[in-house]
Ligand binder design. Structure first.
Ligand code: GLP
Length: 244
C-alpha cells in the first residue's frame, strides 16, 4: 500500500482529478466507482473541468456510485444521487446509460444489490475505486464488523455514521440503513484510492495505515489491497509516524 501526502486539500484534489481524467483519456471504457461526500467534492469539480478542457472523450466510461442512504429520494440534497447529478452527470451531460447508482427507494433492496453486482461483473470489474473514510473507519457503508468478502449489501448504520451523516442535510434526518458496494468488490478492483483531508481524519488515517488489519476497522483492508493508495493532506497525516 502506498501513501502519498499533499500540502493541502486543493493539491490533493487536483492530483486525484488528474489521475481520473488521464485514466479516462487512456482507457475510454474505464469503469469508475466513487464515493460522494465532502472529501471528493473538489475532485469532482476539477475532474469536470479537466475532462472538458482536455477535450477528453468521456462518452464511454461507466460511473458507479459507491453507496446511498436507504429511504432517501434522489431529490434530497443530502443524497448521493443529488451529489453526483449536480457535480458530475449534469455538468458533463452524461447519458443515463453511463451511470448506475443504487435506488434507495426500491422495494426490493436485495434486488438492487444484485443489479449492482451484475453490472460490475458485466462490465468486467471495476478499474478504479475512489473512497473516503468515515469517522469509525467505514468505507462506503461497510460499517465496523463487515466481512471483507461481502459484495453489494444493505447495512444497519452505526451510531457514529448516523450522527456524522447529519452534516449532509439541511435539517435533522432519521438515518437507519445504507446500501453499499461491499469490500469484496473493493478487493477485486484493480486500483483503489482512499482520500482523506483535515485534522479530524488524522486519528482514523493513523489506524488505517499503522493499525492492525481487522474487520472492526474496515479501512484497514487497504493494507491488503495489491494496488491500494492512500491520499492525504498534511493535516490528515499529522499523527503518522514520522518515517512514513
Ligand atoms: C459517508 C459515506 C462514505 C464517505 C464517508 C466520508 O458516510 N457513506 O462513502 O466516504 O462517510 O465522508 P466525508 O468525505 O464527507 O467525510
Amino acid at each position: 500500500m502506498q501513501t502519498l501526502s499533499f500540502k493541502n486539500y486543493e493539491v490533493l484534489s487536483d492530483y486525484m482529478a488528474d489521475i481520473i481524467a488521464n485514466s479516462i483519456k487512456n482507457e475510454p471504457n474505464l469503469v469508475l466507482c466513487m464515493a460522494s461526500g465532502s472529501t471528493p467534492a473538489l475532485t469532482c469539480d476539477l475532474l469536470v473541468q479537466k475532462l472538458k478542457e482536455g477535450q477528453v472523450d468521456y462518452s464511454k466510461f461507466t460511473f458507479l456510485g459507491l453507496d446511498e442512504w436507504v429511504g432517501l429520494p434522489p431529490t434530497n440534497t443530502g443524497s448521493c444521487h443529488y451529489f453526483f447529478h449536480k457535480k458530475i452527470f449534469e455538468p458533463l451531460q452524461l447519458s443515463p446509460s453511463q451511470y448506475f447508482l443504487f435506488n434507495a427507494l426500491a422495494e426490493d433492496l436485495k434486488d438492487e444489490c444484485s443489479k449492482m453486482d451484475k453490472m460490475i461483473s458485466d462490465k468486467g470489474g471495476i478499474d478504479i475505486m475512489i473512497v473516503g473514510i468515515g469517522m469509525n473507519g467505514h468505507i462506503g457503508f461497510n460499517e465496523p464488523g463487515t466481512s471483507f468478502t461481502l459484495l453489494s449489501h444493505v447495512a444497519e448504520l452505526d451510531e457514529i455514521t448516523k450522527s456524522v451523516g447529519q452534516k449532509y442535510f439541511d435539517g435533522p434526518v432519521a438515518l437507519g440503513e445504507g446500501i453499499t458496494i461491499g469490500l469484496g468488490h473493493l478487493m477485486n478492483t484493480k486500483k483503489v484510492f482512499l482520500m482523506a483531508n483535515g485534522s479530524k481524519k488524522a486519528e482514523v488515517i493513523k489506524k488505517t495505515i499503522e493499525g492492525p488489519v481487522t474487520k472492526s476497522f474496515p479501512a484497514s483492508i487497504m493494507q491488503k489491497h495489491p494496488d491500494g493508495c492512500i491520499l492525504i493532506d498534511e493535516e490528515a497525516g499529522s499523527l503518522l509516524k514520522k518515517d512514513k
